[in-house]
Write a protein of this length. Structure first.
Length: 344
C-alpha cells in the first residue's frame, strides 16, 4: 500500500480508502467485518462512512453502516490503527434522521453525537459536510438554478459549529463533500478571517466519466492544499463494462436500484465502450485501468473504493500496484477529448 499525508493535517491516509455505503443494504454485518479485516491486512487504513448510510437511504436501515463499523471496532480493538471519516447529512427530506436537516449548530452536534455512539468511539479523524446547505449543482445536476433564496444557515454558522466539535475533541479535522469551487474558497476565507479550523479535504465524485473536479477545483487543490478524496471512481461499476448494451447482471447495484441512472446517458455509455476498447487494446482489466487513472492524478489524496464481494474488493485494492503507461494514458486522454465529461 502507498500512503499520503493530507496537507494542513497530521493525517496519513492510504491511497486506497474503503467506502462502506453498502453495509446494511447489500452487505451483511458479517460481510462488512470480512471486508474491514481484509482491507486492513492489505494496508488500507482509511475508512469512510456517513450518518445517512447505507445507500439508498431508508428509515429502516439508516445508521446501520456506522453501527456495523462500530461493532467491528469494538470486536477488533483496532480503532487507533485506522483513519475514520464520517459525514453529517445536509438538507434533505430524511425526517428519519432529523426533522430539520439544516447544517446549524444544534443539528451538527446531534449528528456527531449519534455517529460517535453508533461508531463506538470518542472521536473521528475527519468529519465532513455531506453536501452543502445552499442550492447548488451536485449529484449530477447541471444548469445552475440561480436560486432567489435567503440561506437559513450561513457557511460561517456551519463552520463555527464544526469548530466546536474540533475544540471538544470529537473530530480532529473537518472536510467537505459534493462541494464547489466557490464553497471551498469561501470556507477557506472564513476560516482565516475568523480564526476557525481549516477544511483539509474535499470528497467529490471523480472518474473517467466525470472529470468535473479538473475544471476549477484541481487548481484550488494545487494552490491551497485541499486534496480530493475521490468517490465513485468506477462510476457505480459502469466502467467495468458490465452494464453495456443494456445488460443488468443479477445482484449488481444498478440492477437492484433503478435510481442510479447518472452514468447511463447515451454519451456516458458510448464513452464507457470507448474506454473498454482502450483496456482491450492494452490488455488490461478495465476496472484496474479506471482505478489506476484516478490513483495517479496529482490532486487525489485517496481513492475511495467500494465493493459488495471480496473478489471485487481484492481487485480494487490491487489497482494500487498498477502503473499506466504513457501510451495508454494518451489513449485515455483521446477518449476524454472525444467524449468530454459525459457524466458530470
Amino acid at each position: 500500500m502507498k500512503y499520503h499525508k493530507l496537507p494542513h493535517s497530521t493525517l496519513e491516509v492510504s491511497k486506497i480508502a474503503l467506502g462502506t455505503m453498502t453495509y446494511g443494504e447489500q452487505n451483511t454485518e458479517s460481510e462488512a467485518f470480512s471486508q474491514l479485516d481484509y482491507a486492513l491486512e492489505r494496508g488500507v487504513n482509511f475508512i469512510d462512512t456517513a450518518e445517512m448510510y447505507p445507500v439508498p437511504p431508508k428509515p429502516e436501515t439508516q445508521g446501520l453502516t456506522e453501527a456495523y463499523i462500530g461493532n467491528w471496532l469494538e470486536k477488533s480493538g483496532k480503532r487507533e490503527k485506522i483513519v475514520l471519516a464520517t459525514k453529517v447529512a445536509g438538507p434533505a427530506r430524511l425526517s428519519n434522521i432529523r426533522d430539520n436537516m439544516n447544517l446549524e449548530r444544534r443539528n451538527i452536534h446531534l449528528a456527531m453525537d449519534a455517529s460517535l455512539q453508533r461508531l463506538k468511539t470518542d472521536y473521528v479523524d475527519l468529519y465532513q459536510i455531506h453536501w452543502p446547505q445552499r442550492t447548488t449543482n451536485c449529484f449530477g445536476q447541471l444548469n445552475y438554478p440561480y436560486p432567489d433564496e435567503q440561506q437559513e444557515v450561513t457557511l460561517i454558522e456551519t463552520l463555527e459549529a464544526l469548530a466546536e466539535l474540533v475544540k471538544a475533541g470529537k473530530t480532529r479535522y473537518i472536510g467537505v463533500s459534493n462541494e464547489t469551487p466557490w464553497g471551498v474558497m469561501t470556507l477557506l476565507r472564513l476560516a482565516e478571517k475568523h480564526d476557525l479550523p481549516r477544511i483539509v479535504s474535499i470528497q467529490n465524485p471523480y472518474s473517467l466519466l466525470n472529470r468535473s473536479f479538473e475544471v476549477g477545483l484541481s487548481e484550488i487543490s494545487h494552490h491551497e492544499g485541499i486534496e480530493l478524496l475521490a468517490y465513485s471512481p468506477l462510476a457505480f461499476g459502469t466502467l467495468s463494462g458490465k452494464y453495456l448494451n443494456g445488460a443488468r447482471p443479477d445482484g449488481a447495484r444498478c440492477t437492484l436500484f433503478e435510481r442510479f441512472v447518472r452514468y447511463f446517458t447515451p454519451q456516458g455509455q458510448a464513452a464507457t465502450q470507448a474506454y473498454i476498447d482502450v483496456a482491450k487494446k492494452h490488455d488490461i482489466d478495465p476496472v484496474q485501468m479506471a482505478l489506476a487513472f484516478v490513483n495517479q492524478r496529482p490532486f487525489v489524496a485517496s481513492t475511495i473504493i467500494g465493493a459488495t464481494s471480496m473478489e471485487q474488493l481484492k481487485a480494487n485494492i490491487d489497482s494500487i500496484d498498477v502503473q499506466l503507461s504513457d501510451e495508454l494514458m494518451k489513449d485515455l486522454y483521446q477518449v476524454g477529448a472525444t467524449f468530454s465529461n459525459p457524466c458530470p
